[in-house]
Design a protein around this ligand. Structure first.
Ligand SMILES: *[C@@H]1O[C@H](CO)[C@@H](O)[C@H](O)[C@H]1NC(C)=O
Ligand SMILES: *[C@@H]1O[C@H](CO)[C@@H](O)[C@H](O)[C@H]1NC(C)=O
Ligand SMILES: *[C@@H]1O[C@H](CO)[C@@H](O)[C@H](O)[C@H]1NC(C)=O
Ligand SMILES: *[C@@H]1O[C@H](CO)[C@@H](O)[C@H](O)[C@H]1NC(C)=O
Ligand SMILES: *[C@@H]1O[C@H](CO)[C@@H](O)[C@H](O)[C@H]1NC(C)=O
Ligand SMILES: *[C@@H]1O[C@H](CO)[C@@H](O)[C@H](O)[C@H]1NC(C)=O
Ligand SMILES: *[C@@H]1O[C@H](CO)[C@@H](O)[C@H](O)[C@H]1NC(C)=O
Length: 592
């Protein structure tokens, strides 16, 4: 569900139709004359859900692609290419989830209305072709209907017409089922992405959709009644798993699916939580995933159909620890991890390169149970300095000194260090003592020096006897500069964000933003005054601020909040390295 900011704007047109819920399974289904598809024999080697799950870990999501609105290519990704799936497969992923949007949204290409809700066959053919593109490469597939969950199938709205939703939902799956009826057993189907639901009543309505999905698959024929399906509870959320009820009469092999982006503040860049990895943080993951496992019968496999902590908003060492722990914990519970990728976070589909190959390697090794050595970093959320072995930072104007960089070896040993294909020499460029690498001043001064220009200077790859490598990025930093440092809130054109040019001086990344009104109160989430020093008064990425290669962005909602407050307000943009009092921040004032 994780969307990028480009996409969030289009989320505003969710709608639902008025009318009371009523039991209409019979009305919907009875009058149809449905001919079942027949498929050539031999095209389907039946598999159990357990076999399917074991063979499909880990997986990758082709997010913001076929699910884009109004059509594939409308958001940040072009149409899915076979070459992208080649990169995914070469990295070691075994499956691809294809969020599929049924186009049964009238606003986007419904070509017929009630009761058949005809879907444009050109579109169904495209879905079929993309599925073939994946299976022809030996990749397992899950496809679904995706944003329809809020566009027309939201059963949680008081005004929704359950009759209409059920009619449309069954009709959609009958057509998708027919189109995909003869696909091989590699192809699994998922009824709908993250269907909204907040209570037992919504849960019951969603379970009716699960039933209709299964009924549509049976009615569509072909191999669909033998096909693996995944089923879910409200929101595909682990903490709503108690409202999921397995259909009593299900005959398809099936798995349970849920999504995991926890803790929210860390994975979504909220409230300055850039530190992750304490024992309590780790215990929360174990508890969350165990609760899902504990609610689902032990013979049913579980698919974590989306999970991610984007490198765009998470500090690298913390992110690597999160991936290792989440994937390892999931795998130990028989849960299949499928990484979310909206095209901005993980794979650069144009360049065919992973933006954070370390996280990918960590995932692949954790799935296999191979121990990964990890960059050490601050785990105490109350710390006033955040350290990280993913980086050696050198402040402009300072000469370097020897730097101790600790790792969490997890039973492995150091194997080699290199910059690109050039190995570092032990005893000359670095020394090792236990889990700590000491980089010598003589080595570092080749990249980092008092008079050096700010920016990323080199990446040292650190390889271990087992598992994923790690990386130490050598960064010369100084405090960034903005094009200007204050402006009048009301001068920003109505309906638009405020863009401020930035000259980055180190990592091109905002760590956190504190928003303080001139009477000492915080503009948003004033309760964060109770949080530790690095989180007090900090706001949330996308909600109040954002950034790109050239600009800092203050969002419309933050500008409106300043105007509503009637108080001059200072936005303190903080950068990496993060520490109270290290001067690595810029104040921007919006006046009223
Ligand atoms: C709900 O949808 C059904 C099926 O299209 C329709 O017959 C019924 O009139 C709708 N109810 C309301 C209150 O609009
Ligand atoms: C179906 O989709 C194709 C491709 O977008 C479009 O050219 C065609 O007009 C659509 N057909 C209908 C009946 O809307
Ligand atoms: C399974 O049972 C549910 C209700 O318990 C019913 O609505 C559904 O039609 C049944 N499905 C099949 C495939 O028979
Ligand atoms: C079932 O899930 C709920 C909600 O996440 C959780 O509180 C409960 O402990 C889980 N039950 C088991 C047996 O794990
Ligand atoms: C950095 O080292 C160079 C060479 O040893 C020296 O000339 C210079 O004064 C030092 N600069 C600072 C800021 O210490
Ligand atoms: C080091 O790696 C990061 C990605 O992890 C990249 O953004 C940066 O450009 C690299 N630095 C150099 C000097 O290659
Ligand atoms: C906001 O700051 C401006 C410029 O410093 C000042 O003129 C103005 O009086 C301030 N407004 C309030 C409400 O404090």
């Amino acid at each position: 569900m994780k969307l990028n900011s480009v996409v969030l704007a289009s989320a505003a047109f969710a709608w639902a139709e008025a009318g009371p819920a009523q039991d209409v399974h019979k009305q919907i289904l009875a009058p149809r004359k449905i001919s079942k598809c027949s498929c050539p024999s031999g095209g389907f080697k039946p598999t159990t859900a357990q076999q399917w799950a074991a063979a499909s870990a880990p997986g990758w999501n082709a997010g913001n692609t076929l699910d884009a609105i109004p059509t594939e290519g409308s958001w940040n990704n072009g149409p899915l290419q076979g070459s992208t799936l080649d990169v995914v497969k070469a990295a070691g992923f075994k499956s691809v989830r294809i969020p599929g949007k049924s186009r049964v949204t009238y606003t986007n290409h419904f070509v017929g209305g009630s009761p058949d809700w005809a879907i444009n066959d050109t579109w169904l053919q495209r879905v079929s072709d993309v599925v073939d593109m994946a299976t022809s490469r030996g990749l397992y597939v899950i496809t679904n209907i995706h944003h329809d969950s809020w566009a027309w199938a939201d059963v949680s709205q008081a005004s929704s017409n359950q009759t209409l939703i059920e009619e449309r939902f069954y009709a959609a799956w009958l057509q998708i089922g027919r189109k995909l009826a003869c696909k091989s057993a590699l192809v699994a189907l998922e009824p709908i992405n993250e269907p909204p639901g907040n209570n037992a009543e919504d849960g019951a309505k969603l379970m009716r959709l699960n039933d209709l999905f299964l009924k549509a698959l049976t009615d569509s024929g072909g191999f669909n009644s033998q096909r693996v399906v995944t089923l879910s509870g409200p929101g595909m959320s682990g903490d709503k798993v108690q409202w999921f009820k397995a259909p009593s009469n299900i005959t398809n092999p099936w798995a349970f699916q849920f999504h995991y982006y926890s803790p929210y503040d860390f994975t979504f860049g909220a409230w300055g939580k850039t530190i992750w990895g304490s024992d309590a943080d780790k215990a929360a993951v174990v508890s969350d995933l165990s609760a899902v496992r504990g609610n689902i019968s032990a013979d049913i496999p579980i698919i974590m159909g989306e999970f991610d902590a984007s490198q765009l908003q998470c500090e690298a060492a913390a992110r690597w620890k999160w991936f290792d722990h989440v994937v390892r914990t999931a795998s130990s519970l028989g849960i299949v991890p499928i990484i979310w990728d909206n095209g901005v976070d993980n794979l650069d589909r144009v360049a065919g390169q992973w933006r954070d190959p370390i996280a990918v390697d960590i995932t692949l090794n954790a799935v296999k149970g191979v121990p990964n050595s990890l960059a050490d970093s601050t785990t105490d959320g109350s710390a006033t300095t955040q350290t990280s072995s993913a980086y050696i930072f050198n402040k402009a104007g300072h000469n370097t000194t020897d730097q101790n960089v600790p790792f969490i070896l997890n039973g492995n040993a150091f194997k080699s260090l290199a910059v690109g294909s050039t190995p570092l020499k032990e005893g000359v460029d670095y020394t090792i003592s236990g889990p700590v690498v000491t980089f010598k001043q003589s080595f570092l001064s080749g990249y980092l020096a008092a008079e050096g220009t700010p920016g990323t200077k080199a990446n040292v790859t650190v390889a271990f006897s087992k598992g994923a490598p790690s990386q130490v990025e050598l960064v010369q930093w100084d405090t960034p500069t903005f094009g200007w440092y204050s402006s009048a809130a009301k001068a920003v054109a109505a309906g638009t964000d405020l863009w401020i040019p930035i000259a980055w001086k180190g990592l091109h990344r905002v760590a956190a933003v504190r928003i303080l009104e001139n009477d000492g109160t915080f503009l948003v989430d004033d309760w964060t005054k109770w949080l530790p020093d690095l989180q007090k008064g900090r706001s949330t990425l996308n909600s109040q601020w954002n950034s790109d290669q050239d600009r800092i962005i203050i969002t419309r909602s933050a500008i409106d909040a300043v105007i509503a407050s009637g108080k001059n307000t200072t936005f303190t943009f903080e950068f990496y390295p993060r520490a109270v009092g290290n001067g690595n921040y810029v104040d921007y004032t919006l006046t009223v």
